[in-house]
Design a binder for this molecule. Structure first.
Ligand code: BGC
Length: 261
């Protein structure tokens, strides 16, 4: 546990599912106040809220589409109304869709970019303006991906978005470093979450994915949340602009693992 997090307030987008829910639950263990944003699944958001509270934190849920600027601003207002302020903003909501690039409808491309990349911008903008206006220190943590670095055929919309998130994070980290605002990103690899449920249900795809992980296993959402908690806490006080890969080594060119070539 990180004692400095007790009583602090975080917002997490896409906090009803997968890595977002695991981070929210971990923040509960840190006795934080959490605003859980969800898009469609109110039951899942309530379930996450219940775990945050069981873990010793406080939580409210809020519906919103993070690709919409009003939704992002409303999240910050909710944190102020419910908990008196904001300390950490997690831009976590994301989506992906397999489709060859020559076939992907413009509408699908736009939707993925607007959630994964523009959503990160809008959350960041809302949080920055709160901290700057109130002259407070701030902390932003973005959920990027190993695919900010590793090309991913049939997922160009996602890889392009995450590549964008990478430089967005690094640029904003530099832009606001002197304002006492730290901005970092987590880059998960293959993690056992609903986004992967269909893929991992197929034994062949599961085995192929595991083979791309030097540690030889799929990651757990809690293992990502552990990194998120460290970035949220003052224990990482000298860290900004970091890409924290939590991927069992996936980004390390696994095909070289045998030592040949
Ligand atoms: C994607 C997963 C994928 C993993 C490794 C993540 O960013 O969301 O679907 O399994 O990267 O390829």
């Amino acid at each position: 546990m990180y004692n400095d997090l007790e009583g602090k307030t975080a917002i997490i987008t896409g906090g009803d599912s997968g890595i977002g829910a695991a981070i929210a639950e971990r923040l509960g263990q840190e006795h934080m106040n959490v605003v859980i944003n969800y898009h469609k699944n109110v039951d899942a958001a309530n379930a996450t809220k219940a775990v945050v509270e069981q873990n010793g934190g406080k939580a409210v849920i809020e519906q919103g589409d993070i690709s919409d600027e009003d939704s992002a601003n409303k999240l910050v207002q909710t944190a102020i109304d419910a908990f008196g302020g904001l300390d950490v903003f997690f831009n976590n909501a994301g989506m992906e869709k397999r489709c060859p690039t020559n076939e992907i409808p413009l509408e699908d491309w736009n939707r993925i970019v607007s959630v994964d990349l523009t959503g990160t911008f809008l959350g960041t903008k809302a949080a920055l303006n709160y901290w700057l206006k109130n002259n407070k220190k701030g902390n932003i943590i973005n959920t990027s991906s190993v695919h900010q670095q590793i090309p991913w055929p049939n997922f160009a919309s996602y890889a392009a978005s995450k590549g964008g998130v990478k430089l967005f994070t690094e640029t904003t980290a530099m832009e606001y470093a002197k304002k006492n605002i730290r901005i970092n990103q987590i880059c998960p690899g293959a993690i056992n979450t609903p986004i992967n449920a269909k893929k991992f249900a197929d034994p062949k795809t599961y085995a192929e994915t595991v083979a791309m992980v030097p540690m030889g296993r799929i990651g757990k959402p809690e293992e990502v949340a552990a990194g998120a908690a460290w970035l949220a806490s003052d224990q990482s006080s000298y860290v900004t602009g970091l890409s924290m890969y939590i991927d069992g080594g996936m980004v390390l060119y696994p095909s070289f693992q045998g030592g040949n070539g």
